[in-house]
Design a protein around this ligand. Structure first.
Ligand code: PHE
Length: 450
């Protein structure tokens, strides 16, 4: 391990950075859209259950292994393995994780680019540049590629600065503002005609629907995606936390912040959908399915801002700016995964590693954009719905079965001398060993064979 490793300067810095990674497009674009296309409240219910009962324990597995190993996922899983073949499986899991992280970034940069484009469109509208504003909000190859590349360039720029300087600074600043903006928008949307229909869909579950395998696997993927799990991001962040921190508490806070923002975003997007329907916008096809899930929020939110008159342009500017930043604090945590691995494994300088990997991901994004209809949804479902939960499963297996139990308990004692008396100590070690793997497998089995 040639490179010197950074460390977060404070607990607050870590929480902001990890929450910065967690909170992003998954919360405001992914979760509400999936809720909208999966029966609203039924999806919300299953999502909440899975987020607390599976995603949080899996997050803890990654954080704890990461802090113990102070290394990237490949080396960390190797380190806690006790035999040759298991070590190889560990390293392979880490490598697959970094490939998945890179693939996630390749579609993420496209959607994040749309956020930036909408932000600039509001700016253009303020300056009465109507032509520019229209081009920026329309789905077109030129616009899509331009803003994907811009977003990748921003991510690459920040990541080449290094851990504490780059990640912490960006994450700590604008997230509270995002939450306040969301809450204010929720209060506003609920005053509009049609909003109550959306609220009903979001809050009154159809319990039968909650048991559908497609819904459950989507909710599982959404929870793992939203908490940045499986790909080694949280493991890397764990590796930068110092030994005085009480991990179950900070991990719990990150989980709460993340889930809370997704749920609040649902209170905005679902009512906004029905407000748009009330105002004559076509959102549903004749069979009741969404016409386009990928771009749903880019239809209904601008429609909502229009109802505010001129003030709406400013609100839109602020909202899309904050969303672009939230996407950035997530994308930097994705790029950090392959970068940390390349630096530590191959001794490459940070700047070189960032440029090389960043360029490769930009290329993949370009290919996706050129074959949008075929590849965009496919890459999303392979990475978030299948790979992330399955990789999370592997982390649970490594924490629960491969890692020597004494070492795991010793790691839990760090930062909390009284650890033995906590509920977490009593439940988590066997829970992550048995319950998490079994439920994740059961969900997959149900989807494949059910
Ligand atoms: N959690 C991020 C979001 O919700 C996405 C992400 C996935 C980030 C995987 C890092 C790793 O937007």
């Amino acid at each position: 391990m040639a490179a010197s490793r950074g460390e977060f300067s404070s607990r607050f810095g870590f929480i902001m950075a990890a929450a910065g990674s967690a909170v992003g497009l998954g919360n405001i674009w992914g979760f509400p859209t999936q809720a909208a296309s999966n029966g609203g409240a039924a999806f919300l219910l299953v999502y909440l259950v899975l987020a607390f009962s599976l995603a949080y324990p899996a997050l803890m597995a990654e954080l704890i292994i990461g802090r113990h190993a102070h290394a990237n996922a490949v080396n960390a899983l190797r380190l806690i393995s006790n035999s040759g073949p298991v070590r190889t499986i560990g390293a392979t899991t880490g490598v697959i994780g970094f490939i998945v992280a890179s693939l996630i970034l390749s579609f993420y940069a496209i959607v994040a680019g749309w956020m930036i484009a909408h932000f600039l469109a509001s700016g253009a509208e303020l300056l009465s540049l109507d032509g520019a504003s229209q081009w920026l909000t329309e789905f077109g190859f030129g616009r899509n590629i331009l803003f994907m590349v811009l977003f990748m360039a921003l991510t690459i720029g920040i990541i080449s600065e290094g851990v504490t300087a780059g990640i912490e600074r960006w994450s700590a600043r604008l997230m509270p503002l995002l939450l306040i903006t969301l809450l204010a928008l929720v209060l506003y949307v609920l005053t509009l005609d049609g909003a109550m229909d959306g609220l009903k869909v979001y809050l009154l579950p159809d319990f039968e629907r909650a048991l559908s395998p497609t819904l459950i696997i989507s909710a599982l993927g959404a929870a793992f995606f939203s908490l940045s799990l499986g790909v080694g991001t949280m493991l890397i962040y764990g590796s930068y936390i110092n030994d005085n921190e009480n991990l179950p508490v900070v991990g719990g806070l990150v989980t709460l912040v993340d889930i809370c923002i997704a749920v609040v975003a649902g209170f905005l997007v679902l009512p906004a959908m029905y407000v748009a329907v009330f105002n004559g916008v076509e959102i549903f096809a004749a069979d009741g399915a969404l016409i386009s899930g990928d771009t749903l929020i880019f239809t209904v939110l601008p429609e909502l801002f229009t109802t505010m008159g001129m003030a709406g342009v400013v609100v839109s500017l602020v909202f899309f700016f904050l969303m672009s930043i939230a996407a950035l604090t997530s994308s930097i945590s994705m790029l950090e995964v392959p970068v940390a691995y390349t630096i530590e494994e191959h001794g490459l300088g940070r700047k070189k590693a960032v440029l090389l990997i960043g360029a490769a991901i930009t290329l993949v994004s370009t290919v996706i954009l050129m074959n949008f209809g075929q590849l965009f949804g496919l890459v999303i479902s392979i990475t978030t719905q299948y790979s992330q939960p399955l990789l999370g499963f592997m982390f649970c297996i490594f924490a629960g079965w491969v890692w020597h139990r004494d070492n795991l308990l010793q790691e839990l004692r760090k930062g909390n001398p009284d650890a033995e008396n906590t509920l977490f100590w009593k439940i988590w070690p066997w829970y992550v060993r048995v319950v998490c793997p079994v439920i994740i497998l059961a969900i997959f089995a149900q989807t494949l064979f059910g």
